[in-house]
Design a protein around this ligand. Structure first.
Ligand code: NI
Length: 391
């Protein structure tokens, strides 16, 4: 099956779908019309579709002509609470304040393109292909719902992909090892004792203690952490006090933690707790800590699958298509799937300087080079075929 030629033949369909989704963006968990349209398209292709009563998104199942393994291809479908800048584009967002500013419209369209190609040649497929159109990637770990509902049961490999504006059209990045960081949230509540601001010795100043905790937490990065280990700790919020002349009884700190090492990540809540408690104590205060584990680090941990994907990419985009790229400090809830099923995450170049398509993801002027999209559909399809063929 010549997936490259088949995808090029579907170029109008893929770009048309992308533009349709771009014009009608919906926020995470609210992708009702998006899900309805995807399900209709899949059913039109003769693909079984599973939708859900309590969440958006859907899963298509295509059984091939011969028995074999099961591979899952994943697209995320949600948009962002961003107002698109240029409303003169024919496919500009018609939903004020909501925009496909990360490219998930492209993922959805590319995966529909792949489904269409594969469904038309199902008799040649040695196994089963599942298509997961996932809601709410931008929110955190909503992908867990599909795991909990058993959507990944029996899946032997999963492939995810993101259009990437830092990489030129015609290139793709598929590397072994950590590709994205975790994104966790910590909260430290400092309890002190109020007093009049003119008599601070009669209270315990939670703001002063909180300031010391902010400083001490940075020393975890610079002194406790091995400098070879990437670790970011940012205190992004500090809220405390009630009046200018009252020693603040309560102050709250909230921040984010990014890391690639899974074991190290597990140790961070305890490091924060000890540091916050001991520091607060020195100021006569107490600290109460909580920690929310967001998406785990995204690690392309299976070399054989990465090789399958790299070889598939060379077939579609040529021998020199594979581009190196630094791992990213952002996060992706695709990592939730990788905790259950072997798989990998690829980045598809969609940058075109000649066309002025260079705006970063999540910006009000974000847009992609649509010429990259047929290749993306072909990559999805080719990976599925090669995996099922045991290549
Ligand atoms: Ni994204």
């Amino acid at each position: 099956m010549d997936t490259k030629a088949l995808a090029l033949a579907e170029k109008d369909y893929i770009i048309g779908e992308r533009r349709r989704f771009h014009a009608h963006p919906e926020l995470g968990t609210e992708e009702y019309e998006t899900t309805k349209h995807i399900a209709e398209e899949l059913r039109r292709m003769g693909i079984d579709v599973r939708t859900f009563d309590d969440i958006t998104g859907c899963v298509g199942t295509l059984r091939g002509g011969r028995p074999g393994k099961t591979v899952m291809l994943r697209a995320d479908i949600d948009a962002l609470p961003i107002q698109e800048a240029d409303l003169t584009k024919p496919y500009a967002s018609r939903n004020p304040g909501v925009m496909h500013a990360c490219g998930h419209d492209c993922h959805t369209a590319m995966l529909l393109g792949a489904a269409k190609i594969l469904a038309a040649h199902r008799e040649k497929i040695p196994g089963t292909v599942k298509f997961i159109f996932q809601m709410a990637e931008e929110i955190g770990t909503e992908s867990r719902h599909y795991v909990e509902k058993g959507c990944l049961d029996g899946v032997d490999a999963i492939y995810g992909m993101h259009v990437w504006i830092q990489l030129p059209t015609g290139t793709v990045n598929i590397e072994d090892g950590p590709r994205m960081a975790c994104s966790d949230r910590f909260t430290v509540r400092i309890h002190g004792k109020a007093a009049h601001g003119s008599q601070p010795h009669k209270g315990h100043d939670s703001i002063l203690a909180a300031a010391a905790v902010v400083m001490a937490l940075q020393s975890l990065v610079s002194r406790v952490n091995d400098p070879q280990n990437t670790f970011v700790l940012t205190t992004g919020m500090m809220n405390g006090g009630t009046r200018d002349n009252i020693v603040a009884a309560e102050t709250e700190l909230v921040g984010t933690v990014r890391a690639f090492d899974k074991d190290f990540r597990r140790s961070v809540p305890e490091l924060i707790r000890k540091t916050a408690e001991k520091t607060a104590e020195a100021y006569g205060c107490t600290a109460e800590c909580s920690y929310f584990f967001g998406p785990a680090p995204l690690i392309n941990g299976c070399h054989a699958l990465n090789e399958t994907a790299r070889n598939a990419a060379k077939k579609i985009l040529g021998e020199s298509a594979l581009a190196p790229m630094e791992r990213q400090m952002g996060a992706e809830d695709f990592s939730v799937y990788l905790e259950k099923t072997p798989g990998l995450y690829a980045y598809l170049g969609c940058r075109n300087e000649a066309k002025g398509l260079v705006s970063p993801h999540h910006s009000v002027t974000f847009d992609v080079d649509e010429d990259a999209l047929p290749a993306g559909a072909a990559l999805y399809a080719q990976f599925a075929l090669d995996f099922l063929a045991g290549k």
